[in-house]
Design a protein around this ligand. Structure first.
Ligand SMILES: Cc1cc2nc3c(=O)[nH]c(=O)nc-3n(C[C@H](O)[C@H](O)[C@H](O)COP(=O)(O)O)c2cc1C
Length: 235
């Protein structure tokens, strides 16, 4: 039976606010989709340290980012082992928080030899901002492009809260959990769509992994699927 490892990354420096709530909903839905085969983990970047890439280019020789005394390797290893990655991220100045960007810059040059390997990891994006159309779309586009660049498969959300992920609006001074409990119509819609996305990510990953297992010889012969085959082989 195909097992699915789902890694949820809370990209907010605030450990237990809106990003966390939205991520918990997605992970719960992922788990409920196939309880006997889905394993979920929630990783929060809050309290972790990720130093930025300093362009030393040692990764070109080493094949991975040089050892730096921070939390990068811990999250990289979890990311590499996951079949599904769910990012739940606040909008910071139309983009993602600096801590997560530092991780992604170093991840990209640590895992892709020549950026030509199809990792077939499924990626979904949840985001919230204080305003309306104040950066949610930029965050989703950036993280979907990051997924494509690393040979992953971005999976989008449902109308009307986001074709390309789930983009919510939460006023400063409240949280998504409180607004959901209060029945705020937009947040109820966003949380329903978040649940749908959590489920969909597991289903897409199941199809991809089952297809990979059935077509292993073809993929080995074709080349370019090394990291995906390694992940299938670690079952
Ligand atoms: C430094 C900083 C920059 C922010 N920039 C934006 C922004 O450009 N657009 C926006 O809609 N919200 C912005 N926000 C608000 C957060 O995205 C919003 O409050 C989010 O829901 C917080 O998520 P959290 O509760 O998980 O931390 C910013 C907040 C901070 C602290």
């Amino acid at each position: 039976m195909t097992s699915i490892k789902v890694l949820g990354i809370n990209g907010s420096p605030r450990k237990n606010k809106s990003s966390r709530f939205q991520l918990e909903v997605a992970l719960e839905a992922a788990q409920e989709t196939a309880p006997d085969r889905v394993e979920t983990e929630l990783y929060s970047i809050s309290t972790k340290t990720f130093y930025p890439c300093d362009a030393c280019y040692q990764c070109e020789k080493l094949g991975h980012c040089r050892k730096i005394d921070d939390d990068f390797a811990e999250l990289r290893d979890k990311w590499m082992a996951a079949d599904v990655v769910i990012y739940s991220v606040p909008v910071y100045h139309m983009g993602i928080p600096a801590q997560l960007k530092a991780f992604i810059d170093r991840l990209g040059h640590s895992v892709q030899e020549g950026f030509d390997d199809r990792q077939m990891r499924v990626v979904g994006v949840l985001t919230s901002g204080d305003g309306f159309a104040t950066g949610q779309e930029s965050v989703m586009m950036f993280l979907n492009n990051h997924a494509l660049m690393l040979g992953c498969i971005p999976v989008g959300g449902l109308y009307p809260v986001g074709y390309i992920g789930i983009g919510a609006r939460v006023h400063y001074g409240t949280t998504m959990r409180k607004e959901h409990e209060a029945g705020n119509a937009h947040i109820v819609e966003a949380i329903d769509a978040t649940r749908q996305l959590g489920k969909h990510l597991v289903l897409v990953s199941t199809l991809i992994k089952a297809g990979g297992e059935q077509n292993r010889a073809l993929l080995e012969q074709d080349g370019g699927y090394g990291l995906f085959l390694q992940r299938l082989g670690s079952e």
